[in-house]
Design a protein around this ligand. Structure first.
Ligand SMILES: [Zn+2]
Ligand SMILES: [Zn+2]
Length: 119
């Protein structure tokens, strides 16, 4: 099997797995799914970076890690300043961006800090 064939096959396998991801996922989630098909971690991360550069996948930062999404959506955290507990929430509508900002809004990330109910 030539190098090009092998690369193409790996690409197909990874693409298929990304297709099956329903929510946000990280590189390790994806790697675990393709691991048994002899695809290395570096290949998985390189592939994700490539998709990101092409704008085919969206990235957010979650707990100092990069997470990915196929869809354009929001990624919001409520972080307790006392215990550090982090909770996720969704914001469907963006109505806090001033009218002076023109253009198409695609996706956004929010970090809200405060004190959780247990603290
Ligand atoms: Zn997160
Ligand atoms: Zn707390």
């Amino acid at each position: 099997m030539g190098m090009i064939t092998r690369k193409t096959r790996q690409k197909d396998i990874i693409e298929k797995e990304i297709e099956s991801m329903k929510n946000l996922f990280n590189g390790d989630d994806l790697f675990l799914k393709v691991k048994e098909k002899k695809i290395g971690k570096a290949t998985v991360y390189r592939f994700l970076k490539n998709l990101r550069d092409k704008g085919k996948i969206h990235t957010y930062s979650c707990d100092r890690r990069m997470i990915y999404s196929k869809e354009k959506k929001s990624h919001c955290h409520f972080i307790c300043e006392k215990c550090g507990k982090m909770q996720h929430f969704d914001v469907k509508k963006v109505d806090f961006i001033p009218k002076s900002i023109k253009g198409r809004m695609d996706h956004f990330q929010l970090n809200v800090t405060g004190i959780c109910e247990n603290c």
